[in-house]
Structures are given as structure tokens and as C-alpha cells.
Design a protein around this ligand. Sequence first.
Ligand code: PLP
Length: 431
Amino acid sequence: MNFYSLNDHTIQASFREAVIAGIAPDKGLYFPERIEPLPKEFFDTIESLSNHEIAFTAIQQFVEGEISDNVLKNIIADVLDFDFPVVEIEDNVATLELFHGPTMAFKDVGARFMANCLGYFSKGNDTNVTVLVATSGDTGGAVANGFLGVDGVNVVILYPSGKVSDIQEKQLTTLGQNIVAMEINGTFDDCQRMVKTAFLDPEITDYRKLTSANSINIARWLPQLFYFLFAYKQAKSKGKEIVFSVPSGNFGNICAGMVAQKLGMPVKQFVASTNVNDVVPKFMENGVYEPVPSKATISNAMDVGDPSNFIRIRHLYQDNFDELKEHLSSYSFSDETTKETMKKVYSESGYVADPHGAVGYLGLKEYQKSNPDTYGIFLETAHPVKFLDVVEETLNLTPEIPPQIQKVMGKEKKSIKIDTYEGLKSYLLEK
Ligand SMILES: *Cc1c(COP(=O)(O)O)cnc(C)c1O
């Protein structure tokens, strides 16, 4: 299958080319030329399929011609070696736990899938690929973990100094090998700007093959649609229409869910739940898209002022605002409300939600106020230990630290400190 640039549909690339380049030459995001619905039978019998079979069937059309069925099966087996349980916490309210992977945030699946594809495409090439990525927290760890030891691929991760949690920092600074962490004296937006500047800097791109591992890359974005299918498989027997509430920042995850719906998965509504970075909730209210600088919150993985994947969501509905509204609702919540909700959920059901999951819960409840006869699933995008300070302070408890986190906590942090773009540039030109 080919992918076209959202800026100009005549600019096309194969799956392989789009994964290696990350973004189209005209800086547009790549989008599949078609989304072929899966047979109804697939959804009717989904509970009889394994997660690996579901994932294979769902993603095959997008990689067709570029990755053989056997290789694809092996990639899927490597990527999906953990569980995605739907846990009911109230009547008609369940959480889809996406944090059982190696870095305990949902980005593991996309990062591993992309690392596998890029590793496969680089086999036998003599030019190395450099993955350059900015992180506000979880992307860095997932990308570092997914790409660790992949031949022919170097990874450079930029993160804002002092603005990621201790655990997040350890996850991206302690691995070594082909992974380099750059600690930027600035905000996430500064990191993102430096990455964007580097991609446009011919001195660098003439010298190095750069690609991005942010969710603009189709190999990171598309596999996220698996989550929704896995949840559907588990919740289908409830016999109610399903609503997904997705804590959203760059809107890659929710957009992948909407692709699953285009594949034919029955869903009543998607709810994009955000913190006070509310560009999309505002857009869904008045149809005006106004990006603003991001504001820092306790759900920092969603501190995004200009979500890059939202354009893909608009495109899914041909930029038709009324039609989009029939599929997407969006609400924004303050840190204070989020903390109150973490407390309420814990005291009523004993469930410990991280701040992102709590925002998802809030959005779901808001939607269910006017749509009570639905089965609601909010995505729990990170394990609560990843946001330990907030969880401890809000709930007065210390969650047990899982083994995959303990493993990195004792390791020594290694980072390169950088103040300006020139620092990044000279590093990229030197090694
Ligand atoms: C990345 C992330 C999000 C936001 O996901 P998007 O696909 O960017 O909308 C939400 N929660 C957590 C914990 C994350 O790491």
C-alpha cells in the first residue's frame, strides 16, 4: 500500500519509504491511500482469535508488499508479548490497561513495532539511520527500549531537563549502546523545535539519514489500533455500545482507534480527554483550531499545544466538522479535578489511576452523563509508578515498584547537556 502526504496527495511513498523518512518531503504527515474495512465476520468472531491473529489481520493491508506475512508474524510476536486487560472498576466503566510492557506506558507497542520495521528495512544497508526524537517523558523510554541493540540504527533522544519524572529519566538515560540521551536546558517545545530544525538542516541531512520516532511516523502510529481491537474483543459480550475515552496529547493513539473504527469495529463514540492543553476540546466546540504554547500539568505526557496527529483525524472525516462531531467528543480537565478524581476512584473502587488515566476517566463520565446506556472504556496509558510523586502525594500511598522499573532505578544516568541548537548540530555532524 502507498501512503500520501496530507499536504499534497500526489506525493506518495511505500510503507518502507514512509517509515524510513518519517515525514513526507513537503513536511506533510503520511496517510494510507485507503483503509479497507475488514470482513464483518472478523468482528463477529473476534473473541475466538488470539491477539497476534487480530494484530496481523488488522495491520497486514498497510504493510502489504513490503513485509512478508512470515516476517510480519514474527514482528507481531516480538511486539505483543504482554497483556492488555480490560478491568471493570464500576458498572459500565472499565479501564484498558496499556502499561504492562517493558517501560510501562502504552508507547511500547508503537516504539517496538517501528524499531522492528526499521531494523528489518536496514538489514544489508551500509548507511546507518539516526532516529532523532523529542520526548516529554514516555516516548523517550519506549523508543530507547524498543531500539536498544537494533543493528544499523542510532537513537538520539532530546528531553527537557528537570521536566520528566525520575523514572522516565532513568528509562532513557541508562541504556547506553546505540542510545544517546540529550538533556536540554528548556521545555519540551524547545526540544521539539530543535528536532524539527535538524530535519530541515541540509548540512545535517546531507551527512546523516535522519528519521523521527514520534507518532507522526506511521510505524509508531498505526499499531496503536491493536489496543482498541483487543478491548473490543474483551468488552463485546457486555452487549452495549462501546465508548472509548482516550487521554490525548499528540492525538496519535485516539486517531489509531478511529482507524480501527474505519476498519469496521463497532464503536459508539470516541472521547478525547485532555488536561488544560485544550486546543482540540475548543475546536470541537467552535470549529476553530488555534494552537497555543503548551502548559505544564501533572499529566505531562499530554502537555501539547499543537497536537500533530489531529490533522489525521480531520482527514479521516474529510474535514467535515459535523461528521467528525458524530464520532468524536472532547473535554478538558484541570489538575485539581484530576487529583480529586484519583482520590474518588481510589476510595470508591480501590483502583489506583495515574493522572493520565484519571483524565480519561473524567472524559468518559462526562460523556456518559448524556449517554448512560453505553459501556465505557478509558485507556490507562501509564502505570501509576511512572508518576510516582503525584500518585504518592495525592493518594498517600506508594504503589509497589514493578521489576521492570526497579531494574533501571539503580543504574547510572548518562546524558549530554545541551543549551542551544548548535550543540545538537555539532553532535550530529561529528559522530
Ligand atoms: C504519550 C502519552 C499520552 C498521549 O498520547 P497521544 O497519542 O500523544 O495522544 C497519554 N498518556 C501517556 C501516559 C503518554 O505517555
